[in-house]
Design a protein. Structure first.
Length: 253
């Protein structure tokens, strides 16, 4: 069965990376949640996608230039009274579920890694006993190397799109480099994977390959029928419905 991960908590259904969205996702028939982590000036970890506040909140400027207290008082757009949540608050929402937790480490507004973020994230995960369910993700292989150095048994995932593949010398070189990281899942942007699927399967196998972001019904149905580990989608409700339909159809004599 192909895993379904709710991208940013299911951002086409609810405000992205919001506690409301995460709580709603718990009621969907999906296997994982994906969300993003930035760091405040005083070392707090918050869940928000962009390095800037402008798009998803009523404030402006870099996330990394605000304190934890300021960020957690910053209201999200179209989310009622929801403010930017902390990593701990999001982990607590899923603590009693069975969801995989795909936690993406982001870089700051200048593209730099946040100093010490990896260790703080691992501490938060360990404190709640969620090591086996956490899959720590990033676009930057060096960040994943740091995670593995701090927690050798960490489950990790690297995201790959056309730009990051170009920076690594092309899709074949990128897959060769990433395949050498033991147990690392590689999630590839759907338009790139559409061309590279046979190569990716040859180099990684189906159990280490994912695809993002699949949102349209035809798109979701196509990728759910492919030999991949997981799909990441902004429409987890639709993906769950299509997966049930495909499962029923395959069970018919």
């Amino acid at each position: 069965m192909v895993f379904i991960a709710g991208h940013r908590g299911g951002r086409n259904l609810w405000p992205e990376n919001s506690l409301t969205g995460f709580r709603n996702l718990c009621r969907e028939d999906v296997d994982a949640v994906e969300f993003d982590v930035h760091q405040s000036t005083d070392g707090g970890l918050v869940v928000i996608h962009d390095p800037l506040l402008d798009r998803t909140t009523f404030e402006t400027g870099p996330v990394g230039e605000r304190s934890l207290r300021q960020l957690t008082a910053t209201r999200l757009r179209d989310a009622g009274d929801d403010c930017i949540p902390t990593l701990g608050e999001v982990l607590d929402v899923f603590s009693d579920t069975t969801h995989e937790l795909h936690i993406e480490i982001k870089t700051d507004a200048l593209g730099h890694a946040y100093p010490g973020l990896e260790g703080r994230l691992i501490d938060d995960v360990r404190r709640r006993g969620l090591e086996r369910r956490a899959v720590i993700t990033c676009f930057v292989p060096g960040v994943i190397e740091t995670v593995r150095r701090l927690l050798p048994e960490a489950r990790v995932l690297i995201s790959l799109d056309r730009r990051s593949a170009e920076m690594m010398g092309g899709i074949e070189r990128a897959l060769t480099q990433l395949a050498a990281i033991p147990g690392c899942i590689v999630a590839v942007e759907k338009s790139l994977l559409g061309f590279a699927l046979p190569l990716a399967l040859k180099m990684l196998g189906s159990d280490r390959l994912g695809v993002w972001v699949t949102n349209e019904p035809e798109d979701i149905a196509f990728w759910l029928a492919q030999p991949v580990r997981q799909i990441t989608t902004d429409r987890p409700d639709l993906a769950a419905s299509i997966r049930r339909r495909l499962k029923t159809a395959s069970a018919r004599p």
